[in-house]
Design a protein around this ligand. Structure first.
Ligand code: SF4
Length: 422
């Protein structure tokens, strides 16, 4: 979501005659787009702001947008007096106001709903992967999560608006569409004639566009994986065989405390149904270790589920208490030392899953999307349909961004391959 927000902010400022620079000391306007999902990310924002204020030129307009801006509000001005603006994740379309009045202080952390989508200019050039938000906010109220506070209640965008953005992305360079939402599969929009649209309808419509070759969506809530959406994986070839469906913990007791779906059997059934319609599908998850009151036994259940589902490409984090959340004041908070030990154990299981899956890809041919050059400039980096990184020698001839690649080698982190010439 932040990548999307960053792209839209850049496009909006370009409309006002600005262009991007990588040199902070040369910038006329500096915007830090922020994430508050973990405590560490929030702390990093304030140290980055300190660095920027020392490096920037005196006349530069300087501010923060996003979730830390919403969380901090006017306090941000007290901590960093040089700030000119503090705009929440649903107010960054107000940025041009500060360009008109650079000597004022602009604070807007309102939850303005979907207003920003109406006001943002369409992109004139889209990267090969286009992120298209379909909904914003979340009603699930997981007890550790700050998102309902920073992004507000769940709102789905009108079906036609999402499709309009998708068509524009296709016409301006996108090959892959990633539908976005904090609770993306909870997408529900009813039009003026009472017709209900779900995420499966968006996928069907996007798949009709010839320019769009790959479709995916993130992030999914397990119990919102409705049958129409599961069936899409069997019907629509352009939908990638890869799904991020966070389970967070393998312990029903901890899941209950997290206010997450605690029926692990039901979760496994969803995976089974997905595999029955798309046998090659792979699942990834997010995990939180060291949630308050998590015992060794609870953690063992998490390890077991990671082993059993054989998640690939997953994210695991130590629980970090966030303001405005119920879990932050729960008793039996877990020590950092125990969290670190558990995280290490879980990571080694997830790495083993990843290594095993990567090795199983050797010899296969996959249609991969070009991401760009690697650091050396001698190789090209592609993304497989499972979002693995695949590296090939840079050819001395022009290639199209979507390539059939034969996988020749693998390790835990990435694949090696060669272009399969017809
Ligand atoms: S479903 Fe996701 S975004 Fe919503 S409250 Fe839970 S963790 Fe946060």
């Amino acid at each position: 979501m932040n990548v999307y927000d960053g792209q839209r902010i850049a496009a909006m400022l370009e409309k006002h005659g600005l262009s991007q620079t990588n040199d902070v000391s040369d910038a006329d306007i500096i915007i830090l787009n922020t994430c508050s999902v973990r405590e560490k990310a929030t702390n990093k924002v304030y140290s980055a702001l300190g660095r920027i204020r020392r490096a920037k030129k005196a006349s530069a307009i300087f501010g923060i947008v996003g979730c830390v801006a919403r969380e901090s509000g006017s306090d941000a001005f007290k901590r960093i007096p040089e700030l000119n603006f503090v705009l929440g994740p649903q107010s960054y379309h107000k940025l041009p106001d500060i360009l008109k009045n650079p000597d004022t202080k602009l604070l807007n952390i309102d939850l303005g709903g979907l207003e920003k989508f109406d006001e943002l200019p369409q992109m004139t050039k889209t990267p090969t992967v286009a992120y298209i938000p379909v909904q914003e906010g979340c009603n699930h109220c997981c007890t550790y999560c700050i998102v309902p506070y920073t992004r507000g209640r769940e709102l789905s965008r009108p079906f036609n608006d999402v499709i309009k953005d998708t068509i524009n992305a296709a016409k301006t360079g996108a090959i892959e569409i990633c539908f976005l939402g904090q609770n993306v599969n909870g997408y529900k929009y009813t039009d003026e004639n009472g017709k209900l649209y779900r995420l499966s309808d968006l996928i069907k419509e996007a798949a009709k566009l010839p320019e769009i070759q790959r479709i995916r969506f993130t992030s999914s809530y397990p119990t919102e994986m409705t049958d129409d959406l599961i069936e899409m994986f069997g019907i629509e070839d352009k939908l990638l065989p890869f799904l991020n469906m966070p389970i967070q913990s393998g312990s029903p007791r901890i899941l209950k405390k997290m206010n997450r779906p605690d029926d692990i059997e039901n979760y496994k059934n969803i995976v089974k149904k997905l595999k029955s319609v798309r046998p090659d599908i792979q699942i990834s998850s997010d995990f939180i270790v060291g949630f308050p009151d998590e015992t060794d036994e609870d953690f063992e259940q998490t390890l077991n589920v990671a082993r059993e589902i054989k998640y690939i490409n997953s994210y695991s984090f130590k629980y970090s208490p966030r303001p405005h959340t119920a879990a932050a004041i729960m008793p039996n908070q877990i020590s950092e030392q125990i969290k670190s030990v558990r995280l290490q154990k879980l990571d080694s299981q997830l790495n083993e899953n990843q290594r095993e899956f990567n090795m199983s890809c050797i010899g296969k041919e996959m249609l991969c999307l070009l991401e760009g050059d690697d650091k050396t400039g001698r190789h090209l980096v592609f993304r497989t349909p499972y979002m693995q990184q695949c590296i090939i020698e840079k050819p001395d001839y022009e290639i199209s961004p979507l390539q059939k690649i034969k996988i020749t080698d693998a390790n835990k982190a990435s694949l090696r391959g060669e272009i399969k010439l017809k």
